[in-house]
Write a protein that binds this ligand. Sequence first.
Ligand SMILES: [Zn+2]
Length: 189
Amino acid sequence: MITTKDIIMEDDPLIRQKSVPVEMPLSDEDRATVMAMYEHLVASQDPELSEKYGIRPGVGMAAIQIGIPKRMCAIYVPEFDEDGEMISCDQYALINPRIVSHSVKRSYLRNGEGCLSVPEDQAGIVPRYLKVTVTGYDALTDQDVRIVARNFLAICLQHELDHFEGILYYDHFDPEDPNRPIPDAKIID
Ligand SMILES: [Zn+2]
């Protein structure tokens, strides 16, 4: 199980390293890695497990965050109704995902982004595309996927794919005013 001590932080030079494509067909080792990342995210959103293991809740993780410079990432974005029942869940263990198209329209998270490799949240606006289409191989379902993502999921995917390039979310802040609004962008809560 991946725990907090396995996650590298922003001050580790490795977090800036570019990741290389994963060799296909998927090896047992790479599959085990991406599945462990996925399971970490699921556990991180379970109140009991996250407390037991002392892990921060996360919706996405890229392999470089556990020191492996390969283009794979896990996503776990459940959606709940007012009664706390899960009504849907966007979940993937993606191998070599890439953005094949995106909207012109931008979006950003009202409360800013967070990252398991950034211990203290940095306040600022991170401009993203409102909609992205991502292709890749999903190890959860063992098939090639084409994900048309909007809103929060689209932001998560862009955040994780940035990690493949060694980019952290605050690199996108406006250097003069991190909170300068982006005209015409959709604000995501
Ligand atoms: Zn991150």
